[in-house]
Write a new protein. Structure first.
Length: 330
């Protein structure tokens, strides 16, 4: 950073000294340009701008801001900035910029005119905010969400196929087969819509019964549900809904719900009465022998979601059936 920074930009009449002192204290990167001069050059930058970009003051003054652009800078973002300056409006544009050392960053650039008492634009300001990490986090979240949706869709297709096979073995006629399989698939579809579209609250018992009754090929007799009245919060509803759908789909494909004699027992208790935290136990009985899987896919997704909601999910791959403990805070 340049030493002995001047109190004024090249045009000493452009900015008031008190304004300069204020801008210097702001931690957000700020630059000021003069649109009345050819190529709208930078006439002031604060220390935060120099820290963000890695340039010295004398390397940026009197230059147009385009020197921050690079290979990944899109023409659309450049055009959006040009239009804002031409139209004399305030706006925010995300643009890929580059530091002096060549590293790229995503800049949430807010720009706008600075007017005098007569309403004439005498300067333009720009504030730069590095949002690279937040955008990367958003991309990771979207990728995880897409992975979860694809996994959920595969589960639905697998469960539907099993429901069709089970119904085919039980049905005594084509008419009975068509009627029964339609009812089961409709129930499965309604269970997904009714549970995933809920955005407010839902009794825990209603959620458990809705999911289990929809997945169990042999109906309600394969589900044993017991617990006190617990009204779930929105923060609890989404991760637990995903967890129950995942567990039920796995039980149909590999566990107790895939056999005629198997069933699932789901019980829950209040950990501390009245504070909304509860402990739910899932136990599969009467199914085939099970073992811990070699790979994690859906189980990792739901465990991560539960943990992000401030809870925990602990599976116990017992030989006589999977048991899972889920704890969720309000």
């Amino acid at each position: 950073m340049a030493k002995d920074r001047p109190d004024f930009p090249p045009d000493p009449n452009s900015l008031d000294p008190s304004v300069l002192r204020m801008l210097e204290q702001i931690r957000v990167a700020i630059c000021v340009t003069d649109p009345r001069r050819p190529d709208n050059p930078i006439v002031y930058v604060n220390s935060a701008f120099l820290v963000l970009t890695g340039y010295e003051e004398d390397e940026v003054l009197n230059r147009n801001c385009r020197f921050l652009q690079g290979p990944d800078t899109t023409p659309e973002s450049v055009e959006a900035i040009r239009r804002a300056i031409t139209d004399n409006v305030r706006t925010t544009v995300e643009i890929v910029n580059y530091r002096k050392d060549g590293t790229r960053f995503i800049n949430a650039l807010q720009i706008g005119p600075i007017e005098n008492a007569d309403g004439e634009t005498i300067l333009c300001f720009g504030s730069q905010l590095d949002v690279t990490e937040s955008r990367a986090a958003e991309e990771r979240r979207l990728a995880e969400e897409m992975e979860e949706r694809a996994h959920r869709l595969r589960n639905i297709v697998n469960v539907m196929a099993i429901a069709v096979r089970v119904t085919a073995k039980e049905a005594l006629s084509v008419v009975e087969f068509a009627k029964t399989v339609t009812e089961r698939l409709d129930l499965l579809g309604r269970a997904h819509f009714s549970t995933f579209e809920r955005a407010t609250t839902m009794p825990l018992g209603d959620l458990v019964e809705t999911v289990l009754h929809a997945y169990a090929p042999h109906g309600a007799r394969q589900a044993r549900v017991e617990g006190p009245m617990v009204e779930m919060s929105p923060a609890q509803l989404t991760p637990l809904t995903l967890a129950l759908h995942e567990l039920a789909a796995n039980a149909v494909k590999h566990g107790a719900l895939g056999t005629g004699d198997g069933h699932v027992e789901v019980t829950w208790t209040d950990i501390r009465s009245g504070d909304g935290r509860f402990l739910l136990s899932w136990r599969e009985v009467g199914g085939p022998a099970v073992a811990a899987p070699d790979r994690e896919s859906g189980s990792r997704i739901i465990r991560d979601l539960i943990e992000r909601a401030g809870g925990s999910l602990v599976p116990d791959w017992r030989s006589d059936g999977l048991a899972v403990r889920i704890e969720l805070a309000p």
